[in-house]
Design a binder for this molecule. Structure first.
Ligand code: KG4
Ligand code: ZN
Length: 349
């Protein structure tokens, strides 16, 4: 168990296209979480349009923060510290959340902690909904992830395997050499004309498909813990071209299912092998792609390692995860100064 000082953290997250604010107690208990999604706006462009994203954050940030406080039945006087996503992400988007958080810190005198968005994704696995919010009192508290922990981070911009030997301690074993897993989902969805965001669209379409119909390549990159998804994406492209050349109507569900299976096979096997090799006790999977149902199922079905995957609402971008990571940093005294700036390319380790 974490044995740190009790604290309520209010966090702000605006690194990409979700404007979010959440309040967490003691690093785990969710008191409120508000996410204003811009998905419908960006779907028109087939991806996130940075300038539009930052303008939309400006419109949403104040009501989102107000709503998070109302939802928790709290005021700023009940909060112990503030956290904000400092990076990585879109500079123009990060700045909006950063300015809001600095304004709140200046106005309230509360300490402010800058949080790495990727660290936030990892800490989403610590968060659970408060029994009061859920409307029941009897649910047991889900177990806290135990170290050493093998953490697979799979989002739209990142795919990496980290060994965590303690809180906030990451040894990056490998990462993608080209596309991130989520990026591959998005690109293949565009190729198959399934829309944006690609991950949920591919998952849904794949439900009616045969994952063994096409044998797309798996880049094992033996001897390393790195990943590569760009060859797989190109392979889907060539298959689509061949089918079109032969005037065969595209078996979209089979293509989606076969692609999805290829991604899952690599993510799953490499993570399990790394956990064995490095003596991890448990596995953690986080980031937008961890919302993928077949991926969740395959990890949960294996019984060798306890697996922590955040609830669906916390897999994609949210502020609860920033509050959870911010709590760990705040508890260790990592408070940032008001001169802190956004770090659009900040790596986790
Ligand atoms: O973590 P996230 O919300 O944003 C980043 O920090 O990048 O991840 C977004 C990514 C997108 O590429 C999206 O297509 C993918 O997560 N994603 C999924 C699913 N839901 C979201 N990928 C596969 N299956 C899903 N169900
Ligand atoms: Zn993210």
């Amino acid at each position: 168990m974490t044995d740190l000082k009790p604290a309520r953290i209010l966090a702000v997250e605006t690194s990409c296209d979700e404007t979010a604010c959440a309040i967490i107690e003691n690093g785990r208990t969710l008191l409120s979480s508000v996410v204003a999604s811009q998905m419908e706006i960006h779907a028109r462009y087939g991806g996130v349009f940075p300038e539009v994203a930052s303008r939309q954050h400006v419109l949403s940030i104040t009501p989102v923060v107000a709503q998070a406080l109302v939802q928790a039945h709290l005021t700023l006087k009940d909060i112990d510290a503030l956290a904000v996503t400092q990076g990585p992400g879109l500079a123009g988007s990060l700045v909006v959340g950063m300015n809001m958080a600095k304004g709140l810190a200046l106005g309230s005198g509360l300490p402010l902690v800058g949080v790495n968005h990727l660290e936030g994704h990892i800490y989403s696995a610590w968060v659970y909904d408060s029994p009061v919010r859920r409307g029941d009192a009897g649910e047991p508290v889900p177990p806290e992830p135990q170290f050493p922990l093998m953490a697979l981070l799979v989002s739209g911009g990142h795919t990496e395997l980290n060994l965590m030997t303690d809180h906030l301690t990451y040894k990056r074993l490998g990462s993608t050499l080209d596309d991130a897993a989520g990026e591959a989902f998005d690109k293949v969805a565009r190729l198959l004309e399934l829309g944006y965001p690609g991950g949920p669209a591919i998952q849904k379409t794949a439900e009616g498909g045969d994952s063994n119909r096409f044998h797309f390549p798996r880049a094992w990159l033996e001897g390393t813990w790195d990943f590569s998804f760009s060859g797989l994406k190109t392979s889907v492209l060539y298959e689509v071209r061949e089918l079109r050349k032969k005037s065969i109507s595209l078996p979209i569900p089979d293509l989606a299912a076969s692609f999805q299976q290829a991604v899952i096979d690599v993510l799953f096997k490499k993570t399990i092998n790394a956990a064995r090799e490095f003596g991890a006790k448990e596995i953690l999977v986080a980031g937008g792609v961890s919302a993928n149902r077949p991926l969740r199922q395959i990890f949960k079905a294996q019984t060798e390692f306890p697996v922590h995957i955040p609830p669906l609402s916390l897999c994609t971008d949210n502020a609860a995860m920033i509050a959870a990571a911010g709590y760990q940093r705040y508890a260790l005294g990592h408070v940032s100064g008001l001169e802190m700036d956004v770090l659009p390319t900040w790596p986790l380790s």
